[in-house]
Design a protein. Structure first.
Length: 273
């Protein structure tokens, strides 16, 4: 297909996958098609107790084809087996998507920390924008108010660095920039530094109407979610730095906390840094 792709990692119960509904709602204004990637026997997409009752590969493909036919945009199906990051990397090479989409299940079999670990593994192997969609806690899609959280330090993005401007223009969405500092005091200089780094990175143009919120909070994740709630954001955008993804302490990072705790969908933009 000549249109851009959105690659959706479908879970065992794909028919109830809200991440797929969210991806489809983005695909329409972005004029993109969907690719449904189902990795059989993966612990995240097909937990152990579900795998025992999982249908055959042929039946799985048939069910996914029926699901694909019900989508509002052209949709392809890709069923494979093996290690999730390897399967995603192969699918990315084949389809060159704008965006990867992963659901965050709300069940005892899949704790939020498992989703954060899966996101880390995927981005280590495939530095593409990754959207993590919780199964509950949000209702608005496509998004109309985006909150971009940054740490104020220089960063450069990998591929698809124009994704945020594309989303803003295609969706007619508003953008708020969020920065959390641990030191109270005047914020004007901090705002200028944050705006400069965003402009330099190319993640988006700071056009008129884009607000920058600098807040003081010892807990960065809490501060980001606080501002997101205050501005009524319905999509949270984070810069995922390479050294955090490679480090053994990723599970303690602000990114991992927000992936586990955010009631909003979270879009991760992998950075070179």
């Amino acid at each position: 297909m000549t249109s851009p792709a959105i690659l959706v990692l479908t879970d065992f119960y794909a028919v109830s996958n809200r991440a797929l509904s969210y991806a489809a709602s983005l695909a329409v204004p972005l004029q993109a098609h969907l690719v449904l990637l189902h990795v059989r026997h993966d612990r995240l997409l097909c937990p152990d107790e579900e795998a025992a009752a999982a249908p055959s590969a042929r039946h799985t493909r048939q069910a996914l084809i029926a699901l694909a036919d019900a989508q509002p945009v052209p949709t392809q199906v890709d069923v494979t087996e093996g290690y999730l990051p390897d399967a995603v990397a192969a699918a990315v090479r084949q389809h060159q998507p704008q965006l990867l989409v992963l659901g965050r299940p709300d069940n005892d079999a899949t704790p939020p920390t498992m989703v954060a670990s899966a996101a880390q593994d995927i981005l280590r192997h495939v530095p593409f924008p990754l959207l993590v969609v919780p199964s509950v806690g949000w209702d608005n899609f496509p998004p109309r108010r985006m909150a971009l959280a940054v740490d104020g330090e220089p960063f450069s993005l990998y591929e698809n660095q124009h994704l945020v401007p594309s989303l803003l223009s295609s969706l007619g969405a508003a953008l708020t920039v969020v920065h959390v500092t641990t030191e109270p005091g005047p914020t004007a200089e901090v705002e200028r530094r944050v705006q400069h780094e965003i402009w330099r990175s190319g993640v988006t143009e700071l056009a008129a109407g884009i607000q920058t919120h600098v807040v003081s909070n010892a807990d960065a994740a809490e501060g980001i979610l606080q501002v997101a709630a205050e501005v009524e954001a319905d999509l949270l955008v984070l810069v995922a730095r390479r050294h955090n993804l490679l480090g053994g302490l990723f599970h303690r990072s602000v990114t991992a906390q927000l992936l586990a705790q955010s009631p909003l969908p979270v879009l991760l933009l992998p950075a070179l840094d």
